[in-house]
Design a protein around this ligand. Structure first.
Ligand SMILES: Nc1ncnc2c1ncn2[C@@H]1O[C@H](COP(=O)(O)OP(=O)(O)OP(=O)(O)O)[C@@H](O)[C@H]1O
Ligand code: SF4
Ligand SMILES: [Mg+2]
Length: 333
């Protein structure tokens, strides 16, 4: 088993080991998630970053055990507080999903019901899993809206989702995800559709929530600049595999994988004055027909003949993982 990226001592909230998820299609087998391992400590935020189609969402849905045919999780372990989610009953998983593990999606309307007042949805969400009075459920709903920066929560509880702006609607979705004080939230590009100022506000609120309630986050995004200010650790995904992981500072200050370096170079603000902003050349590979060897080879300026073989996962320094024959930097010991 490959060593997962360990980010702090103590038992992690989530420990994913060797996860594989495949789509069994007429055209062939599409391995969307291939030997993915990482762990997220209590109250920590891990950014899962990569270009479109790299397998980020399918990793998230696999953790939630929400993969439908023709997709199938066909290997690995998803340890949540040490318990393998792939081995528990559907009933137990549903229970966990409603309480201890939640997901936030890019479109909050996937979570919100347009014909119900926010109040009704929040209260019902609480009552579905807890035996508390309606009054208490209402109070908790009000407090949850306040926590995600919604002013006058008592009034706003009476509103319907369409009466909120996009940013406010996403805040409501986050408040609902937080209602049962989950230990883990999988956030799949939840701020991507929002303008930069609103994104920044929501990200700082999420950071505070993670800290105050010890909630762990897997924050999925294709935008490395979001992760830079938000996450404690990062896992960079390419063609279904994690190609580099470690603490956010180590990986961003000293990237070892040419793909990570390419992502960093394409962030406008980080590139200014240091490097010229440049896009990674070439296209992401066809996942149904991956080339032999390192899948980044055709786009990589550092490729040599050895890259025709598949690079194995290595641990260049404690807490860091890498899949590359020619690391860009030596790890700081
Ligand atoms: N239902 C499906 N049937 C077949 N293939 C799928 C299905 N869902 C995803 N895939 C494939 O799995 C791979 C990973 O997809 P995934 O949605 O995880 O990418 P992503 O990294 O989240 O991309 P994006 O940034 O565009 O959201 C892609 O090649 C995609 O085409
Ligand atoms: S293994 Fe080779 S082709 Fe792949 S990223 Fe490293 S140097 Fe580039
Ligand atoms: Mg996605």
């Amino acid at each position: 088993m490959n060593a997962p990226a360990q980010i702090r001592t103590g038992a992690p909230t989530l420990d994913v080991r060797g996860l594989r998820t495949t789509f069994h299609l007429h055209a062939g087998q599409l391995r969307a998630v291939d030997d993915v391992s990482f762990s997220v400590g209590r109250g920590q935020i891990m950014g899962l970053v990569g270009e479109s189609g790299s397998g980020k969402s399918i990793t998230g849905f696999s953790i939630m055990r929400l993969i439908d045919r023709p997709g199938r999780i066909d290997g690995g372990e998803i340890l949540f507080h040490g318990r393998d989610l792939l081995q528990i009953s559907d009933r137990d998983m549903r229970q966990l999903r409603g309480t201890k593990i939640a997901m936030i999606l890019q479109d909050p309307m996937m979570t919100l019901n347009p014909v119900l007042r926010v109040e009704t949805q929040m209260i019902e969400t609480i009552l579905a899993h807890e035996k508390v009075s309606r009054r208490e459920a209402w109070e908790r709903s009000r407090d949850a809206l306040g926590l995600v920066g919604i002013a006058s929560p008592e009034e706003r509880l009476r509103a319907y989702p369409h009466q909120f702006s996009g940013g406010m609607r996403q805040r409501v979705a986050i408040a609902i995800a937080m209602l049962h004080r989950p230990d883990l939230i999988i956030a799949d590009e939840p701020t991507t559709a929002l303008d930069v100022t609103i994104q920044a506000q929501i990200l700082s609120e999420v950071q505070q929530l993670a800290r105050n309630f010890d909630t762990s986050f897997v924050w999925i995004t294709h935008d490395l600049s979001i992760i830079a200010g938000l996450a404690d650790s990062i896992a960079v995904m390419y063609a279904g595999k994690i190609v580099e992981s470690g603490t956010i500072d180590e990986v961003l200050d000293q990237p070892m994988h040419p793909y990570t370096m390419g992502l960093i170079d394409s962030i406008p603000s980080r590139s200014e004055g240091r490097r010229r902003l440049k896009q990674i050349p070439g296209m992401t590979p066809n996942m149904l027909n991956l080339p032999a060897g390192c899948p980044f080879r055709s786009r990589c300026a550092h490729a040599t003949s050895v890259c025709q073989h598949t690079p194995r996962l290595t641990a260049p320094s404690p807490g860091r993982t890498l899949r590359c024959f020619h690391p860009l930097a030596e790890p700081v010991s």
